[in-house]
Design a protein around this ligand. Sequence first.
Ligand SMILES: [Zn+2]
Length: 67
Amino acid sequence: MSEQLPVNVNLEDAVKLVSCPACNAPRGEQCKTRGGRLAPVHIPRYEAAKAAKADQYRLERWNRECH
Ligand SMILES: [Zn+2]
């Protein structure tokens, strides 16, 4: 089952939250194309960032509810 969570990830978040599975750009660094130019964030990274943010959200909610 997948729960719809109110997570919104922009390109900056994607760069900050996760490294890129497509081009191996580390966290905090923009994606690069094969030619070494800066690229917009790769889709898998964007998806990973959404997942990371959803986890963060669940954890925060859990902390609020289960003190
Ligand atoms: Zn990338």
